[in-house]
Write a protein that binds this ligand. Structure first.
Ligand SMILES: NC(=O)c1ccc[n+]([C@@H]2O[C@H](COP(=O)([O-])OP(=O)(O)OC[C@H]3O[C@@H](n4cnc5c(N)ncnc54)[C@H](O)[C@@H]3O)[C@@H](O)[C@H]2O)c1
Length: 250
């Protein structure tokens, strides 16, 4: 199996090492040439350009940003190549989501979306199957992990829809977009808390028959404070799930 990894940063580097461990052939692209070159050398891979045609690649992986989802990932699906997408916030754009769905219907390609920074998407998908479920997402991070807020920010910095959250905090609430993809549209709160040393995501789903609460408190990644460590592990676990025949969980 051959994978093309676009984004040789924090998540991309861990995925490349996982892919090497799984014995996959690896292509690496990054807009920073030396980053791609260093990672390709480390995992015995090959440097390519993100826009190179997808020929004999089995899986295209995005660990970069929303533009790469709208560009090379959509192109991969249109070419019939499976994709793994980390920047799920890109799918808050309904035109892009429609185009991706249409490409998958036409070509039979599949798109994998890891759970990323949250747990409980299995339950969310199940509760989305009957009417009446409400979901809220409360994200708490130290202000230094939150990007567009001052370093001394404290308290609630956002309350609104998933779509607004993805636009205003694109590096922090891919998880809101992932909940939408799983079938339930969350109300989102983002809280800056300077006393935290972990990024926390609390998902609360309330339906007439079932209630689910999950809370993940993850150290930020050493290489990118906006990305929770569990999101890196989640991407690795998904790659492993694609490669291995035994599939566990909803
Ligand atoms: N789904 C989730 O729950 C979840 C959780 C954490 C992070 N993420 C998202 O995953 C993505 C990767 O996160 P990360 O921590 O690895 O980020 P990172 O900043 O460490 O790495 C991103 C890499 O992508 C490269 N890049 C950016 N634009 C590119 C382009 N057009 N072509 C090629 N390379 C490009 C950058 O140079 C960088 O090396 C981010 O968008 C982040 O928001 C999603």
């Amino acid at each position: 199996m051959r994978i093309r990894l676009i984004g040789a940063g924090n998540i991309g580097s861990s995925l490349a090492r996982e892919a090497e461990d799984l014995g996959l052939a690896i292509e690496v692209a990054d807009r920073v040439d030396k980053r791609a070159a260093a990672l390709a050398e480390e995992v015995d891979g090959r440097v390519v350009a993100a826009e190179d045609p997808i020929d004999d690649v089995d899986l295209a992986v995005e660990a970069a940003n929303q533009d790469v989802v709208a560009g090379p990932m959509l192109a991969a699906l249109e070419a019939g190549t499976d994709a793994l997408v980390m920047t799920t916030g890109a799918f808050a754009d309904p035109n892009l989501l429609d185009a991706a769905r249409e490409a998958m219907e036409t070509t039979g390609a599949r798109c994998h979306v890891p759970s990323g920074g949250i747990c409980g998407l299995d339950g969310v998908k199940a509760l989305a199957l009957e009417p009446g479920a409400d979901v809220t997402l409360t994200t708490r991070k130290p202000p230094s992990s939150l990007g567009p807020v001052p370093d001394d920010a404290e308290g609630e910095v956002f309350q609104g829809t998933a779509k607004q959250a993805v636009q205003e905090f694109p590096k922090n609430v891919n998880v809101a977009a992932s909940l939408v993809l799983a079938g339930l549209v969350p109300e989102v709160r983002i809280v800056a808390d300077p006393s935290l040393d972990r990024n926390t995501h609390e998902v609360h789903v309330s339906s007439p028959n079932v209630e689910i609460r999950t809370e993940v408190a993850s150290k930020p990644s050493p290489d990118n404070a906006a990305t929770s460590h569990i999101a890196v592990l989640s991407a690795q676990a998904r790659l492993r799930r694609i490669v291995e025949p035994l599939e566990v969980g909803t």
